[in-house]
Design a protein around this ligand. Structure first.
Ligand SMILES: C[S@@+](CC[C@H](N)C(=O)[O-])C[C@H]1O[C@@H](n2cnc3c(N)ncnc32)[C@H](O)[C@@H]1O
Length: 220
């Protein structure tokens, strides 16, 4: 595969043109497993903003956590090792199969599920919710629906951490991944959930990549 990101964009384009905003993820993971190329977002490392969030805490986190669009499971395993009782899900069965294969002894519950149609049992079900880079690979109304669904996972007193590419309102949307505007970030704020911290990071690169790292806390 000469350019895995170009292949992801092509699959996204075809799937979305057929009215299926999530079907391309499974196609991409299955192709990557079959043909042995690495998907552009797979780095087989925990997200550095999640690592930093855990490091800054004065006490280890406790309770139930959920990882949205978990990919190959590095963030879920980090949270499990930190002491949380972790559920992690992805819409792509091949990604979840890879999590089971990579971490056969894991305490994480890995599940195939769609954030756009999540189990009702998950509503207000988690003390910590981690979302990195899922909403930004969706299009149209699915972006708002997904953000709101993720916000609804947070239990009273719980925390949601969102990491996403960002753009200013007037900036062009560009190509997949489609960065979030501030208004889209605010769509995570389900009733009772408030954004309590927002870092706007400019990650070095060519070009540099602007990101939101946002924490939301739910009232009790
Ligand atoms: C850009 S990748 C990020 C993966 C991982 N969070 C990371 O940071 O490496 C987006 C992930 O979200 C998954 N995904 C996309 N839409 C989803 C949905 N509606 N429900 C669950 N997972 C979804 C994709 O299959 C993919 O694994």
């Amino acid at each position: 595969m000469s350019d895995p990101r170009a292949r992801a964009r092509e699959l996204a384009r075809q799937s979305i043109a057929h009215g299926d905003v999530t079907g391309w993820f499974e196609t991409l993971y299955a192709e990557s497993e079959r043909d042995g190329f690495r998907i552009s977002w797979v780095d087989l490392e925990p997200n550095p903003y999640l690592v930093e969030w855990l490091r800054r805490r004065s006490a280890p986190p406790i309770g139930r956590a959920i990882v949205v669009g978990c990919g190959y499971g590095d963030d879920s395993e980090l949270l499990s090792a930190a002491g949380l009782d972790v559920t992690a899900f992805d819409v792509a069965p091949s990604a979840i199969a890879r999590c089971h294969a990579r971490f056969p002894e894991s305490n994480v519950r890995y599940e195939v599920a769609d954030a756009l149609n999540a189990p009702t049992l998950w509503q207000r079900g988690f003390d910590f919710v981690f979302e990195a880079y899922t909403v930004q690979v969706l299009t149209g109304e699915a972006r708002r629906v997904c953000a709101r669904s993720i916000g609804n996972f947070v239990a009273p007193g719980g925390t949601l951490l969102v990491v996403a590419r960002s753009r200013r309102p007037g900036d062009p949307e560009g190509q997949m991944p489609w960065p979030l505007t501030r208004a889209e970030l605010e769509a995570f704020a389900a009733p009772g959930l408030e954004m309590t911290q927002l870092e706007e990071v400019l990650e070095p690169g060519d070009p540099p990549v602007p990101r939101f790292v946002a924490e939301f806390v739910a009232g009790r």
